[in-house]
Design a protein around this ligand. Structure first.
Ligand code: DON
Length: 533
């Protein structure tokens, strides 16, 4: 709890970097950019320079929210069938773990754009804390040590990755030891010296041209897009979230519209009734996602229609409150959607009322697992977020069609859902999450926990969550629901699987002049840091 601002991220040490910038008089954008750069050092599986993401910024002065899209772009040589083998089948290795899996990274351009346009500090000032962490090292938390250990085989297969993140004999750092990232420190210092051009045209750019599809032209051609955020309402609250190239905002608003006529509060948190209703609503949204959503710079997406309250009403007519609607089930042998512990969200609010809600990622943990030699920079594998083959699920079990097929310069469809909820025109709840396809349903439930169930922000973040994404036709439930609830849901026709934890929400509520931060305990070493003048 604080009265002078708040930073919440998946690494407390990075939240502290942001809070310190706020204490020194920086605004929310300064603090957010510094946090993002610090996370690229201390949370290497998701914090990044070689990936991309989305930032929502509410400017108190302009009284409006700006959406900054710094999602990766497909390289110019990318083409629709690039991830199909000779038999025309989806080649998972190529799409997820090869150099071809990398989209042109947007993070450096995006963070610089935000700072330059809406921040108050210099690029060097916000880079300094990250440089210090990379150069002097930081204490390895248990979480980093154990994830690096789990991924050892994949990550040490790449020489530069092994060199950057493991000891000389491929030994994993133990919790409590100090890890230094000298190559990454060099890259950050290049960025400080030259600016973002170092990454897109300069020395770092040269090193990026190492055999994948990405060319110097691609790097020089990368564009940040400032977009109009999507706006919806829910029981008097205003919901502001991310437009395409993310699907997050569209479906968050669509699901809230469908749930608005009901009182989930009366049904009760964790009741079979409320879970059934949410799950039926989720299915409709994900069915629409697979068909309609893609990069709006390339395909037209019926955003108005999808977020229209009348459309929500029409969809509701097909929902029975008592029974599962039978959906064609996915053919046997398809794995459940896989969630890797990556992507990351951070939320920042300053004492003037400016807000940043930012989610960014490399896609999988450590992206493609490939570090660009000499730079310490991990490359994303975001190209797998495209639909490589019609109707064939990607890593998250998500299916897609033409709207999300691969095209040069197109952005792969994301589920990232950085969101700001307004109450009486003032920012009230700031949140977002990782979780692949589960991001949108995670954000939905945490928002409902606050807006419907009147939970504190901490309780809202901690409470167990569910997920349904239409295909596969399975209702996922975290541990923590009553067995009675599970039995009732099975009687209604749900196929239930218990799930590992879903998402990692970093949220803030601003109420009565206090900032309340909540960092999700599902991923350890996260933390909310308050500023108290
Ligand atoms: O943009 C997306 O939707 C995915 N690349 C996000 C990946 C993710 O959240 C993985 N994490 N748990």
């Amino acid at each position: 709890i604080g009265t002078g601002g708040m930073g919440v991220s998946q690494r407390k040490i990075a939240s502290e970097v942001g809070a310190e910038i706020l204490r020194q008089g920086g605004n929310a954008v300064d603090a957010a950019v510094a946090t993002g750069l610090a996370l690229a050092v201390v949370l290497p599986r998701a914090g990044n320079l070689g990936g991309g993401g989305f930032m929502l910024f509410y400017s108190k002065e302009l009284k409006k929210t700006i959406a900054i899209d710094y999602r990766e772009m497909a390289p110019l040589q990318a083409s629709r069938d690039m991830f199909l083998d000779e038999k025309g089948n989806y080649d998972r290795r190529k799409a997820q773990f090869s150099l071809l899996s990398a989209g042109v990274p947007g993070t450096v351009a995006g963070l610089y754009y935000a700072l330059n346009k809406y921040g108050t500090l210099s690029w060097g000032e916000v880079l300094d804390p990250a440089i210090k962490l990379a150069e002097e090292g930081f204490v390895v938390p248990h979480d980093l040590s154990s994830v690096l250990n789990n991924y050892k085989k994949r990550l040490t297969a790449n020489k530069a990755t092994a060199k950057a993140y493991y000891k000389a004999n491929k030994e994993t750092y133990s919790a409590g030891e100090v890890i230094k990232l000298p190559d990454l420190a060099w890259s950050l210092k290049e960025l400080k010296k030259v600016g973002p051009d170092a990454f897109y045209k300069g020395k770092i750019a040269e090193m990026e041209l190492n055999g994948g599809l990405i060319t110097a032209k691609d790097l020089a051609n990368y564009k940040v897009k400032e977009r109009l955020p999507l706006q919806g309402t829910f029981k008097g609250y205003e919901i502001v979230s991310m437009p395409p190239s993310s699907s997050g905002g569209v479906h968050l608003i669509q699901m809230l519209n469908m749930l608005e006529p009901f009182s989930l509060k009366e049904m009760g948190f964790g009741s079979a009734k409320s879970i059934h209703l949410m799950s039926e609503v989720m299915k409709r949204a994900y069915a629409d996602r697979s068909k309609y959503l893609g990069d709006t710079d390339f395909v037209s997406v019926p955003l108005k229609g999808l977020t229209d309250k009348e459309y929500a009403k029409a969809l509701l007519k097909e929902i029975s409150l008592k029974k599962v609607t039978p959906f064609k089930s996915i053919s046997n042998g398809n794995p459940l959607p896989y969630e890797s512990p990556d992507t990351t969200h951070f939320s920042v609010m300053d004492d003037e009322g400016n807000v940043v809600s930012n989610t960014y990622t490399l896609n999988f943990s450590y992206g493609s697992g490939i570090v660009i030699p000499g730079t310490g920079i991990l490359m994303n594998n975001e190209m797998d977020d495209f639909s490589s083959k019609k109707g064939v699920p990607n890593a998250y079990g998500l299916v897609g069609y033409e709207a999300n097929e691969i095209e040069a310069e197109k952005r792969p469809l994301s589920s990232m859902t950085p969101t700001i909820v307004f109450k009486n025109k003032e920012p009230y709840l700031i949140l977002g999450s990782p979780g692949g396809s589960r991001i949108i349903t995670t954000v939905l439930q945490v928002a409902l926990n606050v807006l419907e169930h009147n939970m504190s922000v901490k309780q809202a973040v901690v409470s167990p969550r569910i997920h349904h994404q239409w295909l596969p036709d399975v209702l996922l439930m975290e541990e923590g629901f009553s067995p009675d609830t599970v039995t009732l849901l099975e009687e209604m026709g749900h196929t239930i699987r218990s799930s590992r934890t879903m998402g990692s929400v970093q949220a803030i509520i601003y109420k009565d002049k206090y900032f309340y931060g909540a960092a999700d305990p599902r991923r350890p070493s996260s933390g909310a840091v308050a500023v108290n003048p």
